[in-house]
Design a protein around this ligand. Sequence first.
Ligand SMILES: Cc1ncc(COP(=O)(O)O)c(C=O)c1O
Length: 475
Amino acid sequence: MVATPGGFLYEHLADELVHAIDRGSLRAGDRLPSVRRLAQERSVSVSTVLEAYLQLENAGLIEVRPKSGHFVRRRAAPAPASEPRVPRPVVKPSRVTVSDAYTRVLAAMRDPSLVPLGCATVDAAYLPIAQINRIITQVTREMVTVGARYEAAPGLLTLRRQIARRAVESGMTLAEDDLCTTIGATEGLSLALLAVARPGDVIAVESPAYFGVLQTIEGLNLRAIEIPANPRTGLDVSAFEETIRQQRVAAVVVTPTISNPLGAIMPDEERERLVRIAKRADIPIIEDDVYGELVFDGTRPRPLRAYDDEIVVHVSSVSKTLAPGYRVGWIAGGRWHDQIVRKKYSHSLACPALLGMAVAEFLASGGYDRHLRRLRGVLAGNVERYREGILEEFPDGTRVSSPRGGFVLWVELPPGGDALALHEAALRRGIVVAPGPLFSARQRFGNYIRISAGTPWDERIAASIRTLGRLAAKE
Ligand SMILES: Cc1ncc(COP(=O)(O)O)c(C=O)c1O
């Protein structure tokens, strides 16, 4: 392959064709020039054109029709007018550089002195922290030696029992022995990737993806390939299917119930199809379910793990519903359970026993469901109020997601909008938002931001949204 200073020739050609499709100069159903003709026109080799076409095929943009040639494929139905659009797919895997490129952005998102529109956490006022703290006091009174031994992997039995009980209610067949406790879902994601992939392997992720997954991929020296995701229906399963036909993929990481940042919920048929395709190709699915309990109307879809208990590795935590600071998470490793337990040993050996006990006690008390019902109600209200505020205050042409759960909004700025410049300008005024490029291995989504609606709407938030709107009109 011929490499130029900006990359391989076939990549330039593929990019050019993608732009032509984006601009509409090549439309759904149009036939692309024959390989030989394009090679002649561009003075490149036939194999360069073939490689470029292959990249576009992998990305689900074009299809080959036997004996007829290459054709532009139909795209998924467009989102309703005010919702963010699905940008063009990425055509090849890449190394991830989220941590290096965005150290300052990530630090700002965690700075408690700023107006917290960046970090995906809910306000302390919504969480039963006082109740859990009371349980902690009680546990330390009754079990004075709680800290005197390791609750080594697979971790605290009482906690695993409570998690298994709740999992069965959501449609999964999980027993306590299928589970290992983890330090938040973050450790679960790391352990899952450590168990199923080797350095250099390619991991399929949603595009946009939760940046923490990208950082984990980066930290483990893996590569990411971005699969387009729709703000309503999540991961494009057809694009995933095409990708794995062309490219070896070691695993796919997906958040099927309220993805972050899109807030999408995969329909049941697509869940079933994803599991069937992955199973046939023997590709592990790492299911991140941290928002699973936060569907506003309480109709939690069946997790992917309910469709298959072998190929799906299920990861979750109480970070979005109870207490992110307690770092209580878990993993049901399916076929990789034993490896995951061994990895947990070498990674961190055990989880803090006291916090696990307190959460297990809280789950057993029956107060969790009551708390969740209240939490879903307030978050639904917040999301609606923030959404209206953004649509009112941001410049014309802004699009905002309309999630059916969770508490983050994905905002597409009008063409030309610069999320990183907006982030910087907002920071100077004491407000933090999450800029779109954080959510992509290739720093795409330059004109998107994520706004968290986890804080009660009040005058300070209203004023911050107004300020952001004004800045967005300038940046
Ligand atoms: C999709 C997703 N997965 C995992 C996490 C991290 O979870 P934990 O705090 O349990 O490590 C987050 C936090 O923002 C998230 O949004």
